[in-house]
Design a protein around this ligand. Structure first.
Ligand code: CA
Ligand code: CA
Length: 395
Protein backbone atom coordinates (compact mmCIF):
# COMPACT_ATOMS: atom_id res chain seq x y z
CA UNK A 1 0.00 0.00 0.00
CA UNK A 2 2.86 2.29 0.91
CA UNK A 3 4.65 1.35 -2.35
CA UNK A 4 1.43 1.96 -4.22
CA UNK A 5 1.22 5.46 -2.77
CA UNK A 6 4.80 6.13 -3.85
CA UNK A 7 4.00 5.03 -7.39
CA UNK A 8 0.85 7.12 -7.47
CA UNK A 9 2.74 10.08 -6.10
CA UNK A 10 5.53 9.65 -8.69
CA UNK A 11 2.99 9.42 -11.52
CA UNK A 12 1.15 12.46 -10.24
CA UNK A 13 4.45 14.40 -10.09
CA UNK A 14 5.25 13.48 -13.68
CA UNK A 15 1.75 14.48 -14.79
CA UNK A 16 2.13 17.78 -12.93
CA UNK A 17 5.46 18.51 -14.68
CA UNK A 18 3.87 17.75 -18.06
CA UNK A 19 0.95 20.02 -17.20
CA UNK A 20 3.33 22.87 -16.32
CA UNK A 21 5.37 22.44 -19.52
CA UNK A 22 2.21 22.24 -21.57
CA UNK A 23 0.77 25.34 -19.95
CA UNK A 24 3.95 27.33 -20.54
CA UNK A 25 3.94 26.25 -24.21
CA UNK A 26 0.31 27.33 -24.44
CA UNK A 27 1.19 30.65 -22.83
CA UNK A 28 3.88 31.24 -25.41
CA UNK A 29 2.12 29.89 -28.46
CA UNK A 30 -1.52 30.03 -27.47
CA UNK A 31 -3.92 30.71 -30.26
CA UNK A 32 -1.24 32.81 -31.85
CA UNK A 33 0.72 29.68 -32.74
CA UNK A 34 2.09 30.06 -36.23
CA UNK A 35 1.21 33.75 -36.28
CA UNK A 36 4.59 34.88 -34.99
CA UNK A 37 6.03 37.70 -37.02
CA UNK A 38 8.81 40.15 -36.40
CA UNK A 39 10.39 40.09 -32.98
CA UNK A 40 7.20 40.43 -30.96
CA UNK A 41 6.03 37.67 -28.69
CA UNK A 42 2.75 35.80 -29.17
CA UNK A 43 0.74 35.23 -26.01
CA UNK A 44 -2.56 33.56 -25.12
CA UNK A 45 -5.82 35.01 -26.35
CA UNK A 46 -7.20 37.71 -24.01
CA UNK A 47 -10.25 39.33 -25.56
CA UNK A 48 -10.98 41.12 -22.27
CA UNK A 49 -7.95 43.35 -22.96
CA UNK A 50 -9.57 44.92 -26.01
CA UNK A 51 -10.73 48.47 -25.19
CA UNK A 52 -13.53 50.19 -27.11
CA UNK A 53 -15.35 53.52 -26.70
CA UNK A 54 -18.23 53.55 -24.14
CA UNK A 55 -21.28 51.55 -25.19
CA UNK A 56 -19.39 49.25 -27.59
CA UNK A 57 -18.75 45.54 -26.97
CA UNK A 58 -16.63 42.93 -28.71
CA UNK A 59 -17.05 39.18 -28.71
CA UNK A 60 -15.82 36.24 -30.74
CA UNK A 61 -18.08 35.59 -33.74
CA UNK A 62 -16.19 32.58 -35.17
CA UNK A 63 -13.22 30.55 -33.95
CA UNK A 64 -10.78 28.24 -35.70
CA UNK A 65 -10.68 30.40 -38.80
CA UNK A 66 -6.99 29.85 -39.46
CA UNK A 67 -5.21 32.93 -40.81
CA UNK A 68 -8.47 34.86 -41.29
CA UNK A 69 -7.78 37.88 -43.54
CA UNK A 70 -10.13 39.64 -45.98
CA UNK A 71 -13.89 39.15 -45.72
CA UNK A 72 -16.81 39.27 -48.16
CA UNK A 73 -20.53 38.94 -47.46
CA UNK A 74 -23.36 37.40 -49.42
CA UNK A 75 -26.85 38.92 -49.19
CA UNK A 76 -28.00 35.85 -47.24
CA UNK A 77 -25.33 36.50 -44.60
CA UNK A 78 -22.62 33.98 -45.48
CA UNK A 79 -19.21 35.39 -44.56
CA UNK A 80 -16.41 34.40 -46.94
CA UNK A 81 -12.86 34.68 -45.61
CA UNK A 82 -9.59 34.68 -47.55
CA UNK A 83 -6.14 33.83 -46.17
CA UNK A 84 -2.51 34.56 -46.94
CA UNK A 85 -0.82 31.56 -45.31
CA UNK A 86 0.67 28.57 -47.11
CA UNK A 87 -2.38 26.32 -46.60
CA UNK A 88 -4.18 28.51 -49.13
CA UNK A 89 -7.62 28.19 -47.53
CA UNK A 90 -10.83 30.04 -48.26
CA UNK A 91 -13.67 29.69 -45.76
CA UNK A 92 -17.43 30.09 -45.70
CA UNK A 93 -18.81 30.91 -42.27
CA UNK A 94 -22.47 30.27 -41.48
CA UNK A 95 -24.68 31.54 -38.68
CA UNK A 96 -27.50 29.06 -39.23
CA UNK A 97 -29.71 30.05 -36.29
CA UNK A 98 -29.11 33.80 -36.75
CA UNK A 99 -28.01 34.38 -33.16
CA UNK A 100 -24.99 36.43 -34.30
CA UNK A 101 -22.52 33.64 -33.52
CA UNK A 102 -21.08 31.43 -36.24
CA UNK A 103 -22.16 27.78 -36.20
CA UNK A 104 -19.99 26.41 -39.01
CA UNK A 105 -16.63 27.22 -40.54
CA UNK A 106 -16.44 25.38 -43.87
CA UNK A 107 -13.13 25.20 -45.76
CA UNK A 108 -14.40 25.57 -49.31
CA UNK A 109 -10.97 25.64 -50.97
CA UNK A 110 -7.36 24.97 -50.03
CA UNK A 111 -4.00 24.85 -51.76
CA UNK A 112 -4.54 28.23 -53.43
CA UNK A 113 -1.69 30.76 -53.71
CA UNK A 114 -2.33 33.24 -50.86
CA UNK A 115 -6.05 33.68 -51.64
CA UNK A 116 -6.21 36.89 -49.63
CA UNK A 117 -8.86 38.71 -51.69
CA UNK A 118 -12.55 37.75 -51.69
CA UNK A 119 -15.57 39.43 -53.26
CA UNK A 120 -19.16 38.28 -53.81
CA UNK A 121 -21.58 39.17 -56.60
CA UNK A 122 -24.67 37.60 -58.17
CA UNK A 123 -24.20 34.25 -56.45
CA UNK A 124 -20.50 33.96 -57.35
CA UNK A 125 -17.48 34.14 -55.06
CA UNK A 126 -14.43 35.81 -56.63
CA UNK A 127 -11.04 34.97 -55.10
CA UNK A 128 -7.80 36.83 -55.79
CA UNK A 129 -4.65 34.74 -55.55
CA UNK A 130 -1.21 36.28 -56.05
CA UNK A 131 -1.26 36.16 -59.83
CA UNK A 132 -4.82 35.37 -60.86
CA UNK A 133 -8.49 35.84 -60.06
CA UNK A 134 -10.82 32.85 -59.98
CA UNK A 135 -14.58 32.56 -59.62
CA UNK A 136 -16.86 30.01 -57.93
CA UNK A 137 -20.36 30.22 -59.42
CA UNK A 138 -23.47 29.41 -57.42
CA UNK A 139 -21.18 29.00 -54.43
CA UNK A 140 -23.77 28.94 -51.67
CA UNK A 141 -25.32 25.75 -53.08
CA UNK A 142 -21.88 24.09 -53.27
CA UNK A 143 -20.13 24.95 -50.02
CA UNK A 144 -19.56 21.33 -49.05
CA UNK A 145 -18.87 19.86 -52.52
CA UNK A 146 -15.27 21.01 -53.13
CA UNK A 147 -16.65 23.56 -55.58
CA UNK A 148 -14.97 24.07 -58.94
CA UNK A 149 -13.72 27.40 -60.17
CA UNK A 150 -13.24 29.21 -63.45
CA UNK A 151 -10.23 31.44 -64.08
CA UNK A 152 -11.30 35.06 -64.58
CA UNK A 153 -7.87 36.64 -65.02
CA UNK A 154 -4.43 35.03 -65.19
CA UNK A 155 -0.77 35.99 -65.43
CA UNK A 156 -0.81 39.04 -63.21
CA UNK A 157 2.94 39.63 -62.54
CA UNK A 158 3.71 38.61 -58.97
CA UNK A 159 7.43 38.32 -58.34
CA UNK A 160 8.58 38.64 -54.78
CA UNK A 161 6.47 40.08 -51.98
CA UNK A 162 3.43 42.31 -51.86
CA UNK A 163 1.39 40.33 -54.34
CA UNK A 164 -1.41 39.20 -52.01
CA UNK A 165 -4.53 41.07 -52.88
CA UNK A 166 -7.61 42.87 -51.62
CA UNK A 167 -10.58 42.44 -53.95
CA UNK A 168 -13.87 44.34 -54.22
CA UNK A 169 -16.56 45.34 -56.65
CA UNK A 170 -16.66 49.08 -57.20
CA UNK A 171 -19.84 51.11 -57.64
CA UNK A 172 -19.16 50.85 -61.41
CA UNK A 173 -19.57 47.05 -61.21
CA UNK A 174 -15.87 46.44 -61.96
CA UNK A 175 -13.49 44.31 -59.89
CA UNK A 176 -10.73 46.28 -58.17
CA UNK A 177 -7.54 44.83 -56.70
CA UNK A 178 -4.00 45.85 -55.81
CA UNK A 179 -0.76 44.57 -57.29
CA UNK A 180 2.01 45.70 -54.94
CA UNK A 181 5.63 46.57 -55.63
CA UNK A 182 7.87 43.47 -55.63
CA UNK A 183 10.08 44.46 -52.70
CA UNK A 184 10.77 47.31 -50.29
CA UNK A 185 11.27 50.19 -52.78
CA UNK A 186 11.76 48.79 -56.29
CA UNK A 187 11.41 51.11 -59.31
CA UNK A 188 10.03 48.84 -62.01
CA UNK A 189 9.53 51.01 -65.08
CA UNK A 190 9.71 47.82 -67.17
CA UNK A 191 6.47 46.48 -65.68
CA UNK A 192 3.76 49.14 -65.17
CA UNK A 193 1.41 46.61 -63.58
CA UNK A 194 3.46 46.69 -60.35
CA UNK A 195 2.64 49.09 -57.52
CA UNK A 196 -0.88 49.72 -58.77
CA UNK A 197 -4.57 49.33 -58.19
CA UNK A 198 -6.12 47.59 -61.20
CA UNK A 199 -9.70 47.15 -62.35
CA UNK A 200 -11.28 44.64 -64.73
CA UNK A 201 -14.80 43.65 -65.75
CA UNK A 202 -16.28 40.69 -63.83
CA UNK A 203 -15.38 38.42 -66.79
CA UNK A 204 -11.73 39.54 -66.69
CA UNK A 205 -11.92 41.78 -69.76
CA UNK A 206 -11.18 45.50 -69.84
CA UNK A 207 -7.95 45.37 -67.78
CA UNK A 208 -6.78 48.84 -66.83
CA UNK A 209 -4.53 50.42 -64.23
CA UNK A 210 -6.68 52.67 -62.07
CA UNK A 211 -4.00 54.06 -59.71
CA UNK A 212 -0.19 54.16 -59.96
CA UNK A 213 2.52 54.55 -57.32
CA UNK A 214 0.88 52.37 -54.67
CA UNK A 215 3.39 50.26 -52.71
CA UNK A 216 1.00 47.67 -51.26
CA UNK A 217 -2.68 48.43 -50.67
CA UNK A 218 -4.50 45.62 -48.87
CA UNK A 219 -7.60 47.65 -48.12
CA UNK A 220 -9.91 49.94 -50.05
CA UNK A 221 -13.52 51.13 -50.20
CA UNK A 222 -15.69 53.76 -51.88
CA UNK A 223 -17.16 56.72 -50.03
CA UNK A 224 -20.93 56.08 -50.18
CA UNK A 225 -21.49 59.84 -50.54
CA UNK A 226 -19.23 60.40 -53.56
CA UNK A 227 -18.52 56.96 -55.04
CA UNK A 228 -14.79 57.81 -54.92
CA UNK A 229 -12.08 55.30 -54.04
CA UNK A 230 -10.12 55.50 -50.78
CA UNK A 231 -7.33 53.04 -50.00
CA UNK A 232 -4.68 52.22 -47.43
CA UNK A 233 -1.04 51.83 -48.45
CA UNK A 234 1.89 50.45 -46.46
CA UNK A 235 4.98 52.67 -46.28
CA UNK A 236 8.45 51.27 -46.91
CA UNK A 237 10.62 49.62 -44.28
CA UNK A 238 14.02 50.60 -42.90
CA UNK A 239 13.77 54.39 -42.88
CA UNK A 240 13.62 54.50 -39.07
CA UNK A 241 11.03 53.89 -36.37
CA UNK A 242 9.12 57.12 -37.01
CA UNK A 243 9.21 57.22 -40.79
CA UNK A 244 7.62 56.93 -43.23
CA UNK A 245 3.92 56.93 -42.25
CA UNK A 246 1.47 54.40 -43.61
CA UNK A 247 -1.02 56.11 -45.88
CA UNK A 248 -4.71 56.62 -46.44
CA UNK A 249 -5.14 57.83 -50.03
CA UNK A 250 -8.05 59.22 -52.02
CA UNK A 251 -8.37 58.66 -55.76
CA UNK A 252 -10.70 61.10 -57.50
CA UNK A 253 -10.23 59.68 -60.99
CA UNK A 254 -8.39 57.04 -62.99
CA UNK A 255 -4.68 57.47 -63.71
CA UNK A 256 -3.39 59.32 -60.65
CA UNK A 257 0.07 58.53 -59.21
CA UNK A 258 0.43 58.23 -55.44
CA UNK A 259 4.20 58.56 -55.18
CA UNK A 260 5.75 55.12 -54.71
CA UNK A 261 8.67 54.50 -54.89
CA UNK A 262 9.71 58.18 -55.18
CA UNK A 263 8.01 59.71 -52.12
CA UNK A 264 6.21 58.55 -48.98
CA UNK A 265 3.65 60.31 -46.79
CA UNK A 266 3.37 64.02 -47.51
CA UNK A 267 6.89 64.68 -48.82
CA UNK A 268 9.42 62.10 -47.60
CA UNK A 269 11.81 61.27 -50.45
CA UNK A 270 13.00 57.73 -50.94
CA UNK A 271 16.81 57.69 -50.53
CA UNK A 272 17.23 55.80 -53.83
CA UNK A 273 14.52 57.36 -56.01
CA UNK A 274 13.40 60.67 -54.42
CA UNK A 275 15.46 62.84 -56.77
CA UNK A 276 14.27 61.20 -59.97
CA UNK A 277 10.93 63.05 -60.18
CA UNK A 278 9.42 66.18 -58.59
CA UNK A 279 7.05 65.83 -55.64
CA UNK A 280 4.44 67.81 -57.59
CA UNK A 281 3.99 64.83 -59.95
CA UNK A 282 2.19 62.92 -57.23
CA UNK A 283 -1.07 62.95 -55.30
CA UNK A 284 -0.56 63.97 -51.66
CA UNK A 285 -1.50 61.51 -48.94
CA UNK A 286 -5.05 62.07 -47.62
CA UNK A 287 -4.09 61.12 -44.06
CA UNK A 288 -0.69 60.03 -42.78
CA UNK A 289 -1.18 56.98 -40.55
CA UNK A 290 1.18 55.57 -37.91
CA UNK A 291 4.58 54.48 -39.31
CA UNK A 292 4.86 50.74 -39.94
CA UNK A 293 1.36 50.17 -38.48
CA UNK A 294 0.52 47.99 -41.49
CA UNK A 295 -2.84 49.62 -42.19
CA UNK A 296 -4.70 46.99 -44.22
CA UNK A 297 -8.44 46.24 -44.50
CA UNK A 298 -10.76 49.28 -44.40
CA UNK A 299 -14.44 50.08 -44.84
CA UNK A 300 -16.72 53.10 -44.53
CA UNK A 301 -19.26 52.55 -41.76
CA UNK A 302 -22.61 52.39 -43.51
CA UNK A 303 -24.70 50.69 -40.82
CA UNK A 304 -27.37 51.94 -38.43
CA UNK A 305 -26.26 50.36 -35.14
CA UNK A 306 -23.35 52.64 -34.18
CA UNK A 307 -24.02 56.24 -33.01
CA UNK A 308 -24.65 58.84 -35.71
CA UNK A 309 -21.15 60.28 -35.35
CA UNK A 310 -19.76 57.09 -36.94
CA UNK A 311 -21.87 57.31 -40.09
CA UNK A 312 -19.56 57.20 -43.15
CA UNK A 313 -16.43 57.12 -40.97
CA UNK A 314 -13.59 54.93 -42.30
CA UNK A 315 -12.62 52.00 -40.05
CA UNK A 316 -9.08 50.70 -40.66
CA UNK A 317 -7.54 47.43 -39.43
CA UNK A 318 -3.94 48.14 -38.42
CA UNK A 319 -2.26 44.75 -38.58
CA UNK A 320 0.74 45.94 -36.53
CA UNK A 321 4.40 46.69 -37.05
CA UNK A 322 7.56 44.64 -37.06
CA UNK A 323 10.05 47.17 -38.47
CA UNK A 324 10.57 49.08 -35.21
CA UNK A 325 13.73 48.81 -33.10
CA UNK A 326 13.75 47.07 -29.73
CA UNK A 327 13.85 50.37 -27.84
CA UNK A 328 10.44 51.54 -29.10
CA UNK A 329 6.94 50.06 -28.82
CA UNK A 330 5.23 48.67 -31.88
CA UNK A 331 2.57 50.61 -33.78
CA UNK A 332 -0.79 49.33 -34.94
CA UNK A 333 -2.47 46.19 -33.56
CA UNK A 334 -5.69 48.21 -33.39
CA UNK A 335 -8.73 49.49 -35.25
CA UNK A 336 -8.51 53.16 -36.17
CA UNK A 337 -11.05 55.59 -37.58
CA UNK A 338 -10.62 58.40 -40.08
CA UNK A 339 -13.42 60.95 -40.48
CA UNK A 340 -14.02 62.35 -43.97
CA UNK A 341 -15.75 65.74 -44.18
CA UNK A 342 -16.32 67.71 -47.38
CA UNK A 343 -14.32 65.01 -49.18
CA UNK A 344 -11.23 65.57 -46.98
CA UNK A 345 -9.82 63.31 -44.26
CA UNK A 346 -9.98 65.43 -41.09
CA UNK A 347 -9.21 63.14 -38.11
CA UNK A 348 -7.32 59.95 -37.25
CA UNK A 349 -8.23 58.25 -33.98
CA UNK A 350 -7.96 54.92 -32.18
CA UNK A 351 -11.26 53.04 -32.01
CA UNK A 352 -10.24 49.64 -30.55
CA UNK A 353 -6.91 48.58 -29.05
CA UNK A 354 -5.44 46.07 -26.62
CA UNK A 355 -4.28 43.30 -28.97
CA UNK A 356 -0.78 44.65 -28.18
CA UNK A 357 0.04 44.72 -24.46
CA UNK A 358 1.28 47.80 -22.61
CA UNK A 359 4.88 46.61 -22.98
CA UNK A 360 4.54 47.33 -26.70
CA UNK A 361 5.89 43.91 -27.72
CA UNK A 362 3.65 41.06 -26.58
CA UNK A 363 0.46 40.56 -28.52
CA UNK A 364 -2.29 38.00 -28.92
CA UNK A 365 -3.86 39.10 -32.17
CA UNK A 366 -3.58 41.15 -35.34
CA UNK A 367 -6.65 42.79 -36.96
CA UNK A 368 -6.67 42.22 -40.71
CA UNK A 369 -10.01 43.41 -42.10
CA UNK A 370 -13.35 44.94 -41.12
CA UNK A 371 -16.85 44.41 -42.53
CA UNK A 372 -20.19 45.99 -41.66
CA UNK A 373 -22.96 43.39 -41.27
CA UNK A 374 -26.57 43.98 -42.30
CA UNK A 375 -27.61 44.73 -38.70
CA UNK A 376 -24.96 47.46 -38.45
CA UNK A 377 -22.57 45.48 -36.26
CA UNK A 378 -18.97 45.08 -37.45
CA UNK A 379 -16.89 41.99 -38.05
CA UNK A 380 -13.11 42.12 -37.54
CA UNK A 381 -10.83 39.33 -38.76
CA UNK A 382 -7.68 38.34 -36.86
CA UNK A 383 -5.08 36.25 -38.71
CA UNK A 384 -2.99 35.60 -35.60
CA UNK A 385 -5.68 34.51 -33.13
CA UNK A 386 -7.57 32.81 -36.00
CA UNK A 387 -10.94 34.31 -35.10
CA UNK A 388 -13.55 36.75 -36.31
CA UNK A 389 -14.83 39.23 -33.75
CA UNK A 390 -18.17 41.05 -33.79
CA UNK A 391 -18.41 44.61 -32.44
CA UNK A 392 -21.82 45.87 -31.34
CA UNK A 393 -23.19 49.05 -29.79
CA UNK A 394 -25.91 49.18 -27.13
CA UNK A 395 -27.90 52.37 -27.12
CA1 CA B 1 -25.42 30.89 -34.63
CA1 CA C 1 1.98 57.93 -51.35
Amino acid sequence: MKHMNKYVSAILSILLIFAIINDSLAQRGGRGRGGRAGRGESITFQIERIKLPPGFSIEVYAENVRNARSMALSPSGTVFVGTRARAGNVYAILDNDKDHKADEVITIASGLNSPNGVAFKDGSLYVAERSRIIRYDNIESNLRNSPEYKVVLDEIPAEGGHSWKYLSFGPDGMLYFNNGGPGNNPLRLDEPRYATIIRVNPDGSGFEIYAHGVRQSVGHDWDPRTGELWFTDNGRDRLGDDSPPDELNHATRKGQHFGFPYFFGKDIPDPDHGEKRPLSDFEPVAMALAPHAAAVGMKFYTGDMFPDEYKNVIFIAEHGSWDISDSNPYNGYKISTVRVENNKAVSYETFAEGWLLEDGRRRFGRPADVRVLADGSMLVSDDMAHVLYRITYNR
